[in-house]
Ligand binder design. Structure first.
Ligand code: DGI
Ligand code: FE
Ligand code: FE
Length: 203
């Protein structure tokens, strides 16, 4: 299916607000792809489809996962809305005809993240958080500026904020969200160690 047909199909299955958000994520992802030398068409497609399963009732999400043999983790059992990511990847392939594994992966991991994320995964995760229609998260202006400079640093800031929010609202934390945060903390910590070593060389 081409992108315009996907857009038309999504307009029918998403509510007005979700469709607006979807377009915001699509164009923000394209912008981030331009800034970071990633594939813009893949970013547009993954951004467009990332929430394609969002507007299905939660009990139906669980039923559909069982029907399609999609594994449901303990966290997903408790917070079935999380399943819109895995189910979205399934629909992207089966309903929208996407075969590219990078696009499918970016959709699959867009809510929790995953350790060792690829560039497209990070772009979709970040675009989802900062697209222009979002206004609730703290420090959005800073995140938006940082995202065009450093994807890893941006991931860390968003994950930190998300975990703080989940703890405060006593939501079930998916182990993937926590391990992804640890992964980026380590990544960035090591980068800075290298910088310090580099600095020392010049003294
Ligand atoms: O689908 P969207 O609303 O556009 O965005 P999303 O798929 O990133 O979902 C955002 C929500 O997901 C946000 O309120 C934080 C929540 N979330 C992220 N990680 C976890 C989580 N919720 C729970 N319960 N557990 C998690 O680990
Ligand atoms: Fe989502
Ligand atoms: Fe989204």
């Amino acid at each position: 299916m081409n992108r315009l047909d996907m857009e038309k199909a999504l307009k029918k299955v998403l509510d007005k607000e979700r469709f607006r958000h979807t377009m915001g994520v699509m164009y923000t992802a394209a912008g981030l792809a331009m800034a970071h030398g990633a594939d813009m068409d893949k970013a547009l497609c993954a951004g467009l489809l990332h929430d394609c399963a969002k507007c299905i009732p939660n009990d139906r999400k669980l039923q559909l996962c069982i029907k399609y043999n999609i594994e449901v983790s303990r966290a997903e059992q408790k917070s079935p809305f999380l399943l819109h990511a895995k189910l979205g990847a399934y629909f992207a392939k089966e309903k929208y005809g996407v075969t590219d594994p990078e696009i499918l992966q970016a959709i699959r991991v867009h809510t929790t993240g995953v350790p060792n994320m690829g560039t497209l995964d990070k772009i979709i995760y970040i675009a989802d958080y900062m697209e222009p229609n979002r206004d609730k998260a703290p420090g959005l202006d800073k995140v938006r500026a940082l995202a065009f400079r450093d994807l890893d640093e941006t991931m860390l800031v968003i994950l930190e904020d998300t975990l703080a929010y989940l703890k405060e609202s006593q939501e079930e934390i998916d182990p993937l969200t926590a391990t992804t945060y640890e992964y980026f903390k380590k990544c960035i910590g090591h980068e800075h160690e290298d910088e310090e070593e580099d600095e020392l060389k010049w003294l």
